[in-house]
Design a protein around this ligand. Structure first.
Ligand code: ZN
Length: 197
């Protein structure tokens, strides 16, 4: 028998399963939740279950969205001659945040990693190739500046360079860092300083 009773113990246990949430944080969050207004708790529970129920991949860029094509792919003011390739939707969000880039994106859903058994076939590369038949003139490779991201950039460059201009963002970003955590100015400079590969 748990000191808090089974239902609270279950809530703590579920929160404890989330990344970065240890036992103490889970208990703190659980007590915060049970002290919240009933309407806020309902809104939180609803947001979690609706997000999960409606999540899908955009049919064009493969980002995580709840409408397909996503808001960026269906936007009328985007430059459809440029596609920026990123590893995941959080990297896309980082570039959208700096408002320097008006082209389209393609989300690979990961990076090549022989150690983790992730090969090109596991990534959304086929979907990228299918998009290069139209107006696309440049593919900017913005995978993370770590071993996996570089391996993916080299692979894509070899695959695409006979079809389209391929560039790689500059390395103003810290080695091994995830794009999501890079500050806006560094990210904007990395984009500006991209080079052909
Ligand atoms: Zn999209």
């Amino acid at each position: 028998m748990n000191v808090y009773g089974n239902n609270i113990a279950r809530l703590i246990d579920e929160l404890n399963r989330l990344p970065g949430i240890g036992a103490k944080s889970a208990a703190r969050l659980a007590f915060h939740i049970i002290n919240m207004e009933e309407s806020r708790v309902q809104a939180l529970a609803m947001a979690i279950s609706q997000a999960k129920a409606t999540v899908r991949y955009c049919q064009e860029c493969c980002t995580i969205t709840d409408i397909s094509p996503c808001g960026i792919c269906s936007g009328t003011k985007r430059d459809n001659t440029t596609i920026m390739v990123v590893e995941d939707s959080r990297d896309l969000a980082a570039y959208e945040r700096i408002k320097e880039y008006r082209g389209l994106y393609h989300v690979l859903q990961g990076a090549i990693s022989p150690m983790a058994g992730i090969t090109p076939e596991h990534l959304r590369i086929k979907e990228l190739l299918a998009r290069l038949t139209g107006d696309v003139q440049e593919v900017i490779i913005a995978t993370n500046p770590n071993v996996e991201g570089e391996a993916t950039a080299i692979y894509l460059s070899r695959l695409l360079k006979d079809t389209v201009r391929v560039t790689r963002i500059a390395h103003g970003v810290p080695i091994g860092g995830d794009l999501e955590h890079v500050d806006d100015i560094t990210l904007a400079r990395a984009l500006e300083g991209r080079r052909e590969i």
